[in-house]
Design a protein around this ligand. Sequence first.
Ligand code: ADP
Ligand code: MG
Length: 182
Amino acid sequence: MTDKQQLRRYIAQEKKKHSSETLDQLSDRLLQQLEQHPRFRAARTLLLYHSLPDEVRTHTFIERWSREKHLILPAVLPDNTLELRHYTGPHDLRTGAYGISEPVGQLLADYRSIDLALIPGVAFDSHHNRLGRGKGYYDRLLPQLPAYKIGLCFHFQLLDGPLPTEPTDIPMDEILTDQGTF
Ligand code: ADP
Ligand code: MG
């Protein structure tokens, strides 16, 4: 087993120590901080993600902010890459790979129009390295985005590190947890 796989298992264990209600509360706390963040306030076009149950929970947040800002969401393609589509509302979603709600709206034509990218991760470290679920989705997407990148995670997913990395792993510009920004 690789170091990365061991770390993914360790984080899965840590997550089990928190109830779904607690993860909701921690998510709200984190997203309230995000709303105050100068980069978020200034951003007009944002890349977000629809959360899986064990990720920082973004569904309500997306619904609310879609009226104020221009939101972009990823959709998983069969070749294990992500495409980016405009989010227009809950009517414009279908369930994609992993049971994630993905937009069916217009494809994002110009990736440079994204001002801020909010990225989920299994773990991050204090050097801003990111560990994903092991398919490299964001490692292939992020080199195409000049946007400022903030990794979102619960405090117990931020490790002192350093995380094991490969040259293809793309670091974040900043990590935001329910306990603050790093
Ligand atoms: P994750 O980022 O989801 O944690 P990994 O970093 O372990 O996953 O990457 C998963 C696999 O995808 C690895 O074999 C990695 O080498 C490969 N990979 C990642 N980024 C790229 C890329 N830009 N081009 C080709 N392969 C990549
Ligand atoms: Mg990676």
